[in-house]
Design a protein around this ligand. Structure first.
Ligand code: CP
Ligand code: NVA
Length: 318
């Protein structure tokens, strides 16, 4: 494993050059089997459809051996500490991919491996804070759709959650103008807004936040939304449904976006809540391309973590 790259817990862990490299590698059909003879653990404390399948197939495509682990089997911080789980998995695996309830668990696992001078790297497959692998697939999807995304306007409507943080971060790193509309109480914090803006500085990316979905979506080239109630927030369902009423991405809201604006959703989706069926299943929807790109983006990320670089790989573009 190349020590050039560290753990991938958030977009801030990579720079713009690395992001472009990963996306470029993701577009290559035939990457070398850089994980030949190596193990990749995939541990989930929460359910998953896309992430589990995309990661598993990406590992296989690179010649590696994926091992699925349900969090409750390992008993993360119950049967043994997250640190000890990480140290143990590092005995067998080059990369340990984890979906966690709390981002702090990922940070502890990464710190334990660093303290042990392990070459094994942690990848965030979704935490309460971030969903960076989703954002890679989203950027790949937007690049495929628009060619270059620099200067394009991306609106995100809904909860300023894990997906929002990561997609906004990746988008500004590529020079996009991001407008996030969330109701009062569901915004990114001031420090998070500052952090995203800093990530966009080099590429000329911008972030604005508003309470008004129409303001965010007005003239947008692409409109993104995610569930109002994320995994683990089921207790807040009633208050969240009330708070987000008026934030549905529907035909009326899309009418103020650019003509044929692209529609994105990380899935799973709730038709009639955060997005109307007509918009999700409409001609401008890229959601199935996004789902497919989860696998390609994962392949690109894992290859990059194994040291692959565009300049030295003679791949083919699909
Ligand atoms: N988008 C996404 O992460 O889907 P899953 O929760 O099904 O993995
Ligand atoms: N925000 C959602 C994303 C699911 C892929 C959640 O955390 O449940």
């Amino acid at each position: 494993m190349s020590r050039e790259c560290g753990h991938f817990l958030e977009l801030v862990d990579i720079d713009r050059v690395a992001l472009e490299e990963i996306l470029g590698l993701s577009r290559m059909a035939n990457l070398p089997r850089l994980l030949e003879g190596k193990g990749v653990a995939m541990m989930f404390e929460k359910p998953s459809n896309r992430t589990r399948n995309a990661t598993e197939m990406a590992v296989v495509a690179l010649g590696g051996h994926p091992v699925y682990i349900a969090g409750h089997e390992v008993g993360l911080d119950f049967r043994e500490t997250a640190e000890d789980v990480a140290r143990t998995l590092a005995c067998y695996h080059s990369i340990v991919c984890v979906r966690v309830v709390s981002h702090a668990t990922l940070v502890r696992m990464a710190a334990a491996l660093d303290a042990a001078s392990s070459s094994t790297r942690i990848v965030n497959l979704l935490s309460d804070l971030a969903h960076p692998c989703q954002a890679l697939a989203d950027m790949l999807t937007l690049q495929e759709h628009f060619g270059t995304v620099h200067g394009r306007h991306l609106a995100y409507v809904g909860d300023s959650n894990n997906v929002c943080r990561s997609v906004a971060s990746a988008a500004v790193m590529l020079g996009m103008k991001v407008a996030v509309a969330s109701p009062q109480g569901y915004w990114l914090s001031d420090s998070e807004i500052d952090a995203v803006r800093r990530l966009g500085e080099l590429a000329g990316g911008e972030l604005v936040v508003t309470l008004d979905p129409r303001e965010a979506v007005s003239g947008a080239d692409a409109v993104y939304t995610d569930v109002w109630v994320s995994m683990g927030q089921e207790d807040e369902e009633r208050e969240r449904r009330a708070a987000f009423s008026g934030f549905t991405v529907n035909e009326d809201l899309m009418s103020v976006a650019s003509a044929n604006a692209a529609v994105l959703h990380c899935l799973p989706a709730h038709r009639g809540e955060e997005i109307s069926a007509g918009v999700l299943d409409g001609a401008s929807s890229l959601v199935w391309k996004q789902a497919e790109n989860r696998m390609h983006a994962m392949r690109g990320l894992l290859a990059w973590m194994c040291g692959a670089r565009l300049a030295t790989i003679n791949g083919q573009h699909p």
